[in-house]
Write a protein that binds this ligand. Structure first.
Ligand SMILES: O=C(O)C(=O)C[C@]1(C(=O)O)C=C[C@@H](O)C=C1
Length: 119
């Protein structure tokens, strides 16, 4: 019988420490990226809040399906280039837009402060 090392014997304490250090470093980057996502989303919602005000003031519909179709097609292309699943990119954008449209509807339904529209 030959003395073949078992996988467990090859797996040293140093390997485990390196793996844990790598995991910690990756989690640090994940936390930074999550923070960036929150800030990016906050900026996006600031813009869409203004869009919602503009639309409500000028009696424009809360949703614009043609614009959404363009955005989805563009995002899917970007996702493919970035090696991100385009179906996931589409789902993610739709999720955000759904929330935006909900805000737009709430703004449009809000009673106006300037008395316009009242008898
Ligand atoms: O561009 C608009 O008209 C918006 O209201 C913004 C937005 C978006 O979040 O990107 C939201 C709803 C519309 O259906 C399309 C796009």
């Amino acid at each position: 019988m030959t003395d073949q090392p078992t996988p467990a014997a090859e797996h040293t304490l140093g390997d485990d420490e390196r793996a844990l250090a790598k995991l910690r470093a990756l989690r640090g980057s994940i936390d930074n990226l999550d923070a960036a996502l929150v800030h990016l989303l906050a900026e996006r919602f600031k813009c869409t809040q203004e869009v919602g005000e503009l639309k409500a003031t000028h009696h424009l519909p809360p949703a614009d399906p043609a614009r959404e179709a363009d955005q989805i097609a563009r995002l899917r292309r970007l996702a493919v280039d970035a090696r991100l699943d385009p179906a996931f990119a589409e789902k993610f954008l739709n999720f955000i837009i759904e929330e935006v449209v909900r805000h737009h509807r709430a703004i449009a339904a809000r009673p106006r402060q300037d008395g316009a529209g009242a008898e």
